[in-house]
Design a protein around this ligand. Structure first.
Ligand code: R5P
Length: 280
């Protein structure tokens, strides 16, 4: 069995190989002058674990070609998609839209026997796959990092409440969330109900940081309430357009993410949790 490491998450692939006592397969890749991707697998093995994100777009084509090359050599393909890009559109919100999360699943499953997604935007996304599909939860990896450092875990909205609750149970502290009340068509009030955060050490947790708008707003509000220290964490740190700088400048002490998308903040690895799912 070999790990086939796509270019999106080499550190996670390496960590996974170490956890599972496997080697990374010898694969040659290049991009042609026009940007098209080329891959050649330089060895033979029966069972492959491919690790590759479906974000940004160029990584999707790379994934398809990795799958195609590997299926011509191996009998079995396990696919680990650390960050399942295109997961946000998981249903029809308005008539005429595509369901990108489903379309991606239908294309991916053509050349895979089993798939693991780390915290997809919604858990029901795994039901779009007709092959065995599992969700790996990266929240415990983040929570362990903050053990003994935090008084309250806060979800920036109700959607992240379950993550905040789980993290708080592991850390052994309280949890809460920002409730959003629509004041007018262009004004939303965000507040934490029934909790005084003054002087407390807070961890804000979400699944994705994209532009950083959600986190900076939450930090501003918590600072106004005289929070003592604010930490920010997420599973998938996209950090579009220097979002990390804006979050740090807003008054965050430290940003911690998992290694699904590799950045300087990827300090909580999900490799062990993925390896446990692969061994079951
Ligand atoms: C939204 O549904 C997600 O859970 C995140 O809250 C969102 O993607 C964060 O985006 P941004 O960093 O652009 O505010």
């Amino acid at each position: 069995m070999k790990i086939v490491a796509g270019s999106s998450s080499p550190m996670l692939a390496k960590n996974l190989a170490k956890k599972m006592s496997l080697e990374i397969a010898d694969v040659s890749t290049k991009r042609f002058p026009d940007g098209e991707f080329y891959i050649k697998v330089n060895e033979e093995f029966e069972h492959a674990i491919i690790v590759q994100n479906t974000y940004p777009d160029e990584n999707i084509v790379e994934l398809f070609l990795l799958q195609d090359a590997v299926k011509r050599i191996a009998d079995k393909i396990d696919l680990v998609i650390p960050y399942y890009g295109y997961g946000r559109q998981d249903k029809i919100f308005e008539k005429g839209e595509a369901i990108s999360a489903e379309k991606m699943a239908k294309l991916i499953e053509q050349d895979a026997d089993r798939v693991i997604l780390v915290n997809p935007h919604k858990d029901h996304i795994i039901n779009f796959f007709d092959i065995e599909a599992k969700v790996c939860d990266g929240v415990p990896s983040i929570a362990k990092f903050f053990e003994g450092k935090i008084d309250v875990v806060i979800a920036p909205d109700k959607g992240a409440l379950e993550m905040a609750k789980k993290a708080s149970e592991i850390i052994g502290c309280e949890y809460n969330y920002f409730e959003k009340t629509r004041i007018s068509s262009n004004e939303v009030k965000m507040e934490i109900k029934d909790m005084d955060v003054k002087g407390k050490k807070l961890l804000i947790i979400d699944d994705i940081i994209s532009t950083g708008g959600t986190m900076t707003k939450a930090i501003d509000l918590l600072k106004k309430q005289n929070a003592h220290e604010i930490y920010v964490s997420c599973i998938h740190g996209l950090f579009i357009g220097n979002a990390d700088d804006r979050i740090l400048k807003a008054g965050c002490r430290e940003i911690i993410t998992t290694d699904t998308i590799e950045t300087a903040y990827s300090k909580a690895s999900v490799a062990e949790r993925i390896s446990l799912l692969l061994q079951n």
